[in-house]
Design a protein around this ligand. Structure first.
Ligand code: 2BA
Length: 107
């Protein structure tokens, strides 16, 4: 199982590339813990010998970008998460986890 967290901007391109390569995937809407903005998580159940191909597609279709984290106000919120100035971070290409699968069952 390949779990890939990608930027929303890349998700359509990646799902199209996966469909064209006959690779099945499920897309989940997710939120980054740090930026607290939307990203997309792909769950891709795949045979071990096709993992390299999946990784190549992810690499081809997901690019790294600079994203600015807007200053957070502490008004009515958590003082601990107060950030007084914009912070620029490098996000993605993609964050990928590869997990073993015990069983795959479809009814
Ligand atoms: P976010 O958590 O929103 O993080 C966005 C970007 O902010 C990260 O890009 C990284 O450049 C920066 N960042 C994250 N945590 C930081 C921290 N504590 N201090 C300084 N900078 C920090 P990426 O590393 O490319 O991660 C993109 C997204 O992938 C993350 O969005 C998160 O949704 C996911 N992700 C990354 N590493 C993960 C992990 N170990 N477990 C689960 N999800 C992860």
């Amino acid at each position: 199982m390949v779990i890939a967290i990608v930027q929303d901007k890349d998700s359509n391109r990646l799902s199209q590339a996966l469909v064209e390569s006959n690779i099945r995937a499920t897309k989940l809407a997710s939120t980054g813990g740090f930026l607290k903005s939307g990203n997309t998580t792909f769950m891709i159940g795949i045979e071990e010998d096709r993992i390299e191909g999946v990784l190549a597609l992810i690499k081809e279709n997901c690019q790294s970008r600079e994203q600015v984290m807007a200053p957070l106000s502490s008004i009515g919120g958590n003082v601990e998460s107060y950030v007084p100035y914009p912070v620029e971070v490098q996000v993605g290409g993609a964050t990928v986890f590869i997990l073993p699968i015990d069983q795959f069952i479809q009814f």
